[in-house]
Design a protein around this ligand. Structure first.
Ligand SMILES: Cc1cc2nc3c(=O)[nH]c(=O)nc-3n(C[C@H](O)[C@H](O)[C@H](O)COP(=O)(O)OP(=O)(O)OC[C@H]3O[C@@H](n4cnc5c(N)ncnc54)[C@H](O)[C@@H]3O)c2cc1C
Length: 293
């Protein structure tokens, strides 16, 4: 492959990860109000600045359901719902669009990657501060009961405010990510909290889920963190510690390993680490995580 610069790259696979830019030239030419990104400005009834013209879909500016700011979200679900609203309003009804929360999913090779609501990157961009405005937890669950064949691992991240209100969630895994994100998306839509996730009664039989569904587990873990029972160590915590120049050692092992061997290993590792690096690195925290399944 040859780049514009003339550089040649020998590769088997090229992935184009590109965004989209809506073409609203028609609207501009018609004199309709557009935002800085060219998004057509509409009111709650999907009416443009010209009362006889409605607009919908990728080309319009929408209300971000999560924080009520203005944004543009190119997704088929919102576009189709807006289509129904526009058709009904043209037919004389008075329907409003309530905003787009950004629920989405993509298949990346064998993995499903899904989102609903705001992610941490968006929160930070909006000036929100971890631990002050929001908290996050990450869990690693199975798609269904572990003892039933075919259970696949999934990772779910939940973001919630300091009162437990759900702000967003992301998930990645092979199977069952879609339904977990959809359940959380529904809870978020109705102002749900981590306590609601804990209480949700979801369909369970071994081939389909777990008696404590990953969505329930998110609620349990988030409650433990918010009530101060446990501290969760996340990538964000890592970054904070790194900035403070505090060093720590992370050690991950499966439960299949003998507990005593594990302890011995840690002790010797720690000792050699301390001996060799004591003058250079101060060990502030020792994090020891053991996956339970
Ligand atoms: C490759 C791809 C995959 C996608 N996958 C997903 C997905 O999995 N999930 C999801 O939610 N979204 C997905 N999307 C986004 C989704 O397709 C869009 O959000 C949705 O189609 C937007 O609907 P729309 O009516 O605004 O625009 P469109 O569906 O693009 O319709 C606009 C129409 O207007 C026509 N048009 C444009 N200019 C003019 C003109 N001057 N005169 C007359 N006609 C004109 C176009 O030809 C087109 O038919 C995907 C998009 C792409 C490109």
């Amino acid at each position: 492959m040859e780049l514009q610069s003339g550089q040649k790259i020998d590769t088997d696979l090229v992935i184009l990860s590109i965004g989209i830019k809506s073409n609203s030239q028609l609207a501009k030419d018609a004199g309709l109000e557009v935002n800085q990104r060219g998004g057509i400005v509409v009111d709650d009834y999907m009416k443009t600045s010209d009362a006889s013209i409605y607009a919908l879909g990728d080309a319009i500016e929408v209300v971000d359901f999560n924080d009520k700011t203005k944004t543009m979200v190119p997704l088929a679900g919102p576009a189709n719902k807006q289509g129904r609203i526009v058709a009904n309003n043209i037919a004389g009804m008075k329907e409003t669009y309530k905003g787009t929360q950004g629920t989405s999913i993509a298949k990346v090779f064998d993995l499903a990657v899904a989102n609903t609501g705001h992610n941490e990157k968006t929160l930070k961009r909006n000036g929100k501060v971890y631990g002050k405005d929001y908290k996050t937890i990450i869990i690693h669950s199975k798609s269904h009961a572990g003892y039933y064949p075919g259970a696949m691992p999934m990772t779910l991240k939940l973001i919630y405010d300091m009162n437990g209100k759900i702000i967003g969630a992301q998930g990645v895994g092979h199977d069952g990510v879609d339904k977990r994100i959809d359940v959380i998306a529904t809870a978020l839509r109705y102002g749900g909290t981590i306590y609601d996730l804990k209480d949700l009664e979801l369909a369970y039989a071994p081939p389909f889920g777990s008696a404590k569904d990953p969505v329930n587990m998110l609620g349990f873990v988030a409650e433990n963190v918010l009530s101060g029972k446990v501290n969760m160590f996340t990538g964000t915590n890592w970054m904070i510690l790194m900035k403070k120049k505090q060093s720590f050692l992370m050690f991950v092992k499966t439960l299949k390993e003998n507990w005593a061997i594990l302890k011995g290993l840690i002790t010797s590792l720690l000792m050699s680490f301390v001996k060799e690096r004591a003058s250079l690195i101060r060990i502030k925290t020792l994090l020891f995580t053991v996956p339970l399944a």
